[in-house]
Design a protein around this ligand. Structure first.
Ligand code: ASP
Length: 312
């Protein structure tokens, strides 16, 4: 049997309350998702590896200001941008992550450099920036990351103690983290996740996105997973690894495991969000327990979809 290859992406769970979404806005989001999906898929189609596919798809979403990662990252309480990202390869369980970085156009590539060029997994803050500079990364001005919408979001809450997940007027109702998971023609899986975190965050707050096992995980034995949602709950639930464990130890399918974690375990903790997952046979799952999740998938069997709300 030929190996099915596939890719799935997300641009955050939550979404604008349906009435606030205009057809024009919806079309713009879907176009950006489609572009990222196609760029990643093309790599798989040409026989490239899952790791390259997820990095490419996430870079495309990081470069798009509609999503809270790279360009368009949310504002911290100090009016800066602090970004987090992680990447993992299922065939050897290698992983790389960065946190609390600024000025880096594509945090996901820096996470990959940590994986490939150092003996470490996770670099944070000033040290991560020193590493970036040593690798020849440009440190861009804040203006590159600026986005009117995100600035207004921050202005609304900046003098309060509130912090807020992306794009939302209702606290906790929308997240804009981006991620990709893929399975290549050799049955290798990989996962990548990148985020600006939460608007008005302070004290060096770090969410689940750069934490291997919480917001991102990949293992050829089971699956690759990228999460989005209220990061604190995803950390406590060790969500990405939990999906893998349910497959490994309870023989669940990727769809069953992903559903169990998002619809039962995360909800039981009081958390909201979603995830994307792919197994080594190319099957994908994209569950969420919020109003919607920016998402898309494309399988070599021809099945493909880009959607935002439930059933659309
Ligand atoms: N999970 C991310 C965080 O807590 C937020 C998101 O998914 O948008 O930093």
């Amino acid at each position: 049997m030929n190996q099915i290859f596939s890719i799935a992406i997300h641009g955050g769970a939550g979404t604008l309350i349906k009435g606030q979404m205009t057809p024009e806005k919806e079309a713009t989001y879907k176009k950006a998702l489609q572009e990222a999906l196609d760029q990643g898929y093309q790599i798989l189609e040409n026989g490239g590896c899952a790791l390259d596919a997820v990095e490419t798809a996430v870079k495309s979403l990081e470069d798009c200001p509609l999503f809270n990662a790279g360009r368009g990252a949310v504002f911290t309480a100090k009016g800066t941008h602090e970004m987090d990202a992680s990447i993992m390869e299922g065939k050897n369980l290698k992983a790389g992550a960065v946190s609390l970085i600024n000025g880096i156009k594509n945090p996901i590539s820096l996470a990959r450099a940590v994986m490939e060029k150092t003996d470490h997994v996770f670099l944070a803050g000033e040290g991560a920036m020193q590493f970036a500079v040593s690798q020849g990364y440009d440190v861009l001005e804040d203006s590159y990351f600026y986005d009117d919408f995100r600035y207004l979001q921050w202005q609304k809450i900046k003098d309060s103690n509130q912090f807020q997940l992306d794009h939302s007027d209702r606290k906790d109702s929308k997240f804009g983290t981006v991620g990709a998971v893929a399975c290549d023609q050799n049955g290798n899986v990989a996962a990548a996740t990148s985020t600006g975190g939460m608007t008005n965050k302070k004290w060096g707050r770090v969410g689940d996105s750069p934490m291997i096992g919480a917001g991102n995980y990949a293992n050829n034995k089971t699956c690759a997973v990228s999460c989005t949602g209220s990061g604190e709950y995803f950390i406590r639930g060790v969500v990405a690894y939990d999906v893998s464990c349910l497959m490994e130890h309870k023989s669940m399918t990727v769809a069953e495991a992903a559903e169990e974690v998002i619809q039962k375990r995360v909800l039981a903790l009081g958390g909201d969000g979603g995830l994307i997952a792919v197994d080594r046979h190319g099957n994908v799952a994209l569950p969420f327990n919020t109003e919607g999740m920016y998402r898309g998938f494309r399988l070599s069997s021809g099945e493909t979809e880009v959607s935002i709300y439930e059933g659309e």
